[in-house]
Ligand binder design. Sequence first.
Ligand SMILES: *Cc1c(COP(=O)(O)O)cnc(C)c1O
Length: 403
Amino acid sequence: MNDNNKKPDLHRDTLAVREAVERSPYGENSEALYLTSGYVQPSAEASARRFAGDEEGFTYGRYGNPTVASFEQRLAALEGAEACISTASGMSAILMMCMGLLKAGDHVICSHSMFGSTIKLIGSDLAKFGVESTFVSQTEVAAWKAAVKPNTRLLFAETPTNPLTEVCDIRAIADIAHAAGALLCVDNCFATPALQRPIALGADIVMHSGTKYLDGQGRVMAGALCASKELVTKTFLPVLKSAGMTLAPFNAWVVLKGLETLDIRMRAQSANALALAQWLEEHPSVERVYYPGLKSHPQHALAMAQQSDCGGAVLSFAVKAADPDQARARAFHVLDSLKVMSLSTNLGDTKTLIAHPASTSHGRLTEAQRQTAGVVQGLIRVAVGLEHLGDIQADLDRGLTTF
Ligand SMILES: *Cc1c(COP(=O)(O)O)cnc(C)c1O
């Protein structure tokens, strides 16, 4: 650093590789991995001050760790947030947020297109503790507004959604939340801060599953909340300390290193996804393609404005068929004809992952509920990776041309 210790203003690309590198006395260039559950205290007085929160310093592995702190600081820098607190998985980040913000009698508004486990956690698990919830249309701003009640404390949006890539207007929903005296959290898993920074659009909290693009190579589970310093230290940290959904240092180290290549991966995978979506849209066996980067996407203009002109790396498409049974058989035929892609319900990997939502993530819904959600039997989701586009196209064509 320079003489006066003042950090220069750095671009996000630089922060992604350099933010929060605190070197040990050994001067390692790559971030150190601190595997320790406890910390030796310099004195009884210092220990007391640290436990009381009057002095910075690590005390116990459930409360904090230097490698975990580096990941949090770097992710906060990329999201343009004051602070970040990480968790063992994306779902435990949502649990931490809800435990910190909500009490019995409070009301939450979400879209009914959100991640399935999020709907289960907020709609059923939290209902047991007296938290009310309303699920509204992802894309209709008026529906979010109409759902506001005097006890509404949190609006929780996810954009784009899985598997139909529906986009919601973050700024409009933030305004509704703030007019109601509530907070807006955005699940930024699909776009990541490389493409979309919800705090700049008015969101109060950004939630991540680090398991997806932040790791980027499908290795570890992780989660995080980015927010004001006040929310992180006064609302979320106390939950972490008592409930213990702590991110493991090794997993933190993996996602910390993943952030270094996030931007370049997201742009390359989005470019691959756009080219694949355009190719699929012209394919004679394909009924419809869902991808925010396509002009045919209903919220294309909003998505481009909100997501740095990028559609992201996830697309879905429906195969042509006469009825739902034939559609399911054809979708299964495409999946079983693959020789390159991985049949896997995960996403956010450099390896292209492909899934059949109607029999996996949306398998527990009734056929009628699936129809309402638009998750038809012929629908296939592709989380596009970094393989050569021609190999990905040829892999899909194996099944698409042999019905
Ligand atoms: C995977 C995912 C989650 C949950 O994250 P985990 O790390 O699996 O707990 C939440 N939201 C979205 C959009 C996801 O894709």
